[in-house]
Design a protein around this ligand. Structure first.
Ligand SMILES: [Zn+2]
Length: 398
């Protein structure tokens, strides 16, 4: 009988700082990996590891970052869409410009954006409404996550999902309550439940969305008619987005609701009680709506938001580190640990990416190493949320 050699298919990685999760750090720590999974995270000082140590230096070993909401396949639209004339003008401009992009151009821009996003430390992604199949691209880039097939417009049957591509799940999303029949939204949510996959939806992003849902008329109603969407049978009018989503049964711990920019106090309470994952896209919100999300109100209500960059048609980059640096500047009272949780563990939970977003026994053996010189873990967290152009690389443990 052949006995497996424990040193085979294993590796051990050391750095001055190891972030197990935000606020839980080890100085002079090691991460042992066996057969692609973490088996131990501890201080080097104790027993020797079973395999020789790769010493990465004085920086930080940490889990890869999580971008819970993006639209990679819109990447060719960077700097081509009008962002300064309001949400409706942006939407129309996006739809117009999107038609001008060739399939080849869209694919090349997507590949480039994917590389750049990965280069910024993102290892897990929620891709929303791709215009073409991207799961193989994500898988080949070594990413994990979910691809949400997006539906909007009038009610119809929900087609079946394809098989999984590696670690990339496929699921259903409703574009939003201002574009999608409520019956269809409910149907999509039920279909997700039946398949055990998370649902996602843009929710309470714009004033136009709120106005349309409350009054059933105005510029957004005209726009839907122009697009040939008949909302007269929807029966969803007179309600604000969060209340409507609650009534439709869309809000629970298996939904990722994106934006939540237009929310009142009692709606934040509804969100908190529901357990829904709130995904914020702050830089996109400022670009399109001139305001940041109610981060501190969400935190006070007990919500632990995750983060998305949205697409390059509204955001500057697909980097989650850029997103938390932006939040660190705008919300000096929010601790670096909270911001790092948003960029890691909260996002991994939202995407149901088991073991991701933290370094613990059973987590994937994929680490991020960030160059940094810190004399304490608190300083290391400050560097992660404040320093521009951090040098980083992935480490794939065997
Ligand atoms: Zn979006």
């Amino acid at each position: 009988m052949i006995h497996p050699n424990p040193a085979m298919n294993s590796s051990c990685h050391r750095a001055k700082w190891v972030m197990r999760s935000p606020g839980r750090w080890i100085e002079n720590g090691i991460v042992e990996i066996r057969s692609g999974r973490i088996v131990d995270v501890r201080s080097l000082g104790k027993k020797p590891p079973q395999s020789s140590i790769s010493d990465h230096g004085g920086g930080i070993l940490m889990p890869p970052l999580v971008n819970c909401h993006t639209h990679l396949t819109l990447s060719a639209l960077k700097d081509r869409v009008d962002k300064g004339s309001g949400f409706l003008a942006w939407t129309k401009s996006l739809l117009r410009e999107r038609e001008k992009v060739s399939a080849k151009e869209a694919l090349e821009a997507t590949k480039e954006a994917l590389l750049s996003m990965k280069g910024s430390g993102v290892g897990c992604v929620g891709e929303f409404g791709p215009r073409f199949e991207v799961r193989e691209l994500l898988r080949d880039a070594g990413l994990r996550g979910i691809v949400w097939r997006e539906f909007l417009g009038e009610d119809r049957d929900v087609p079946s999902l394809s098989r999984e591509a590696g670690e990339i799940l496929e699921s259903y999303a409703g574009h939003g309550p201002h574009t999608t029949s409520p019956i269809l939204l409910r149907k999509l949510k039920v279909a997700c439940k039946e398949r055990g996959v998370p649902f996602s939806i843009h929710l309470a992003e714009s004033k136009e969305e709120v106005d349309f849902l409350e009054k059933g008329r105005g510029p957004w109603a005209d726009f839907l008619r122009e697009r040939g969407i008949d909302f007269s049978p929807w029966g969803s009018l007179g309600k604000r987005p969060v209340r409507l989503a609650k009534e439709l049964g869309l809000l629970d711990e298996d939904t990722v609701a994106v934006h939540l920019l237009q929310v009142e106090k009692e709606e934040i309470e509804i969100l908190a009680e529901s357990g829904v994952f709130v995904c914020l896209c702050p830089r996109s919100n400022v670009a399109l709506h001139g305001k940041v999300p109610h981060l501190e109100d969400f935190l006070r209500a007990g919500i632990r938001p995750c983060l998305g960059t949205d697409s390059l048609a509204s955001g500057e980059s697909l980097s989650v580190l850029d997103e938390i640096r932006f939040l660190a500047e705008g919300f000096p009272n929010v601790s670096p640990s909270i911001l790092l949780e948003m960029a890691t563990i909260n996002g991994a939970r939202a995407l149901k990416a088991e073991g991701c977003g933290l370094l613990e026994k059973g987590s994937p053996g994929r680490l991020l190493y960030v160059e940094a010189e810190a004399s304490s873990w608190e300083e290391a967290e400050e560097i992660l949320v404040r320093k521009r152009d951090l040098a980083l690389r992935f480490i794939d443990g065997s």
